[in-house]
Structure formats: structure tokens, C-alpha cells
Design a protein around this ligand. Structure first.
Ligand code: ADP
Length: 229
């Protein structure tokens, strides 16, 4: 088991009021599986992903990645946790003034383990694996939305993450690009033997998922394995 979430509860304190966002959420992720987190806007999807990604401190409950507990860890341990995570956002968040290779290099440079001399070769192999090797020198404005997301996938896996987290990554993509992106992510997690946790509203993704966790008002109301034909 790579990721285990137990009794996770989160309340935003806005100063004037307390805003409950997650209530006693528990689940586990399996390697090589896409787990979709679904539910209406405001049900807690982004909060859940941000806690698992180590972008906010855990208030109550437990998040363990590869057996390491996130609650109560130091800033340095939190940083190490984040280095193990490949994140893909709704918008690709590529740097507009950097070309494809340079945008991916940012991800590779985040890894201190990789010698500088090996980074270009790594970028080439990453772009090859997402089908973007022919677009090495293009800038984001010269690419389609689907192509930009592929580059952001290459950047997300540059650090050899042990889990990929994606927050509505297909929200601005058409049907063909959505299926292509999710198929690509499925190939990547199977090849790398890691899990994928994805928040989505998109029914087209739900049918490609291995497991669906449904949130409502911060609670898990369903956690189901999807039978594949
Ligand atoms: P989703 O991603 O499913 O739309 P969120 O995790 O963004 O849901 O939000 C869950 C709840 O927490 C909502 O009621 C939202 O208003 C509240 N919330 C989210 N972010 C904040 C914040 N920074 N401050 C206060 N309340 C927040």
C-alpha cells in the first residue's frame, strides 16, 4: 500500500468563522490504479488533494505515504514528502517564456539526485514518453491545450514520483484530448508501478477509473471498485 488516509478531517478557520471541508475521510490507494475523487463543487476534493500532496498541514487524522506519517512532520519532512509527488493541475501552469524542454527541465532540476549532465537526456526520454519529442523547442502558446497538459505530465514525473495527484486535469480539454491524456496517465502509472489520485467532475474519466471515491459535504459517501469488461 502506498497511500493510506485515515479519519482525515479539515476545518478552514477564516477568522470570523469555521468552514468544515473534510469530515473523517478514510481510504487507501493501490499501485497501478486510477482512483477518481468525485462530487459536487465544494464537497472537499481540492482540500483532500492538497492535504495528501503536503501543501497544507494535517489538522486531524492521518496521511501515510509509503509508511511515513505526514501529520506532525517537520518542514523538511514535508518538503521530502512533496518531492515524492507528481502534481498536475487543471491549468497546465507551464511557464509561457520557456520552451517545452525548459519547462520539463524545471521538474528535473527539482531533483537533486540527478547530475546536471544527465538532465537533458532525462528530459528527452520524458518528452518521448508523453509523445511530445517533436515539440522540444516550441513554446506553450504554439501548443494545443492537450499538448500543454502532456508537457505538464512530463514535468510532473521528472522527479520519479511515488504517486501522481491530478486536480481536474481535463477540465479544459475536449473529448479526444481527455481520453488521450487519461490513457497516457494510465500507461505511466502501470509502467512506473505507482497510484494515481484524480479529482474530477468528468463522467468520461469515471468510466476509465479503477476505483471511485464519492465525496459529499466533506464525507466519503461511496468507495467503489469499477468492474472492467
Ligand atoms: P471542491 O474542490 O470539491 O470544490 P474544496 O475543497 O475547494 O471543494 O472546498 C471544500 C469546502 O471548503 C467548501 O465549503 C469551501 O467553501 C471551503 N474552502 C475551501 N478553501 C477554503 C479556504 N481557503 N478558506 C475557507 N474555506 C475554504
Amino acid at each position: 500500500m502506498t497511500l493510506s488516509v485515515r479519519s482525515l478531517t479539515h476545518i478552514y478557520d477564516t477568522g470570523s468563522q469555521q468552514e468544515p471541508a473534510l469530515n473523517n475521510v478514510s481510504f487507501e490507494l493501490s499501485k497501478r490504479e486510477l482512483t477518481a475523487v468525485v462530487g459536487p463543487s465544494g464537497c472537499g476534493k481540492s482540500t483532500l488533494l492538497s492535504l495528501v500532496a503536503g501543501l497544507r498541514p494535517i489538522q486531524s487524522g492521518s496521511v501515510q505515504l509509503n509508511g511515513v506519517e505526514l501529520k506532525g512532520c517537520t518542514a523538511l519532512q514535508m518538503q521530502r514528502h512533496r518531492q515524492q509527488i507528481g502534481i498536475i493541475f487543471q491549468s497546465h501552469k507551464l511557464m509561457p517564456f520557456l520552451n517545452t524542454a525548459e519547462n520539463v527541465l524545471i521538474g528535473a532540476e527539482a531533483s537533486t539526485a540527478l547530475p546536471v549532465s544527465n538532465r537533458l537526456a532525462k528530459v528527452e526520454s520524458l518528452l518521448m514518453s508523453v509523445g511530445m519529442i517533436g515539440h522540444f523547442l516550441k513554446f506553450p502558446r504554439q501548443l494545443s491545450g492537450g499538448q500543454c497538459q502532456r508537457v505538464s505530465v512530463a514535468r510532473a514525473i521528472a522527479n520519479d514520483p511515488t504517486i501522481i495527484i491530478a486536480d481536474e486535469p481535463t477540465a479544459s480539454l475536449d473529448f479526444k484530448s481527455t481520453r488521450a491524456l487519461v490513457s497516457l496517465l494510465l500507461d505511466i502509472i502501470k509502467f512506473r508501478d505507482i497510484p494515481l489520485l484524480m479529482a474530477t467532475h468528468d463522467s468520461r474519466i469515471i468510466e476509465m477509473a479503477d476505483r471511485v471515491i464519492q465525496l459529499d459535504d466533506g464525507r466519503v459517501v461511496a468507495n467503489e471498485t469499477i468492474g472492467k469488461p
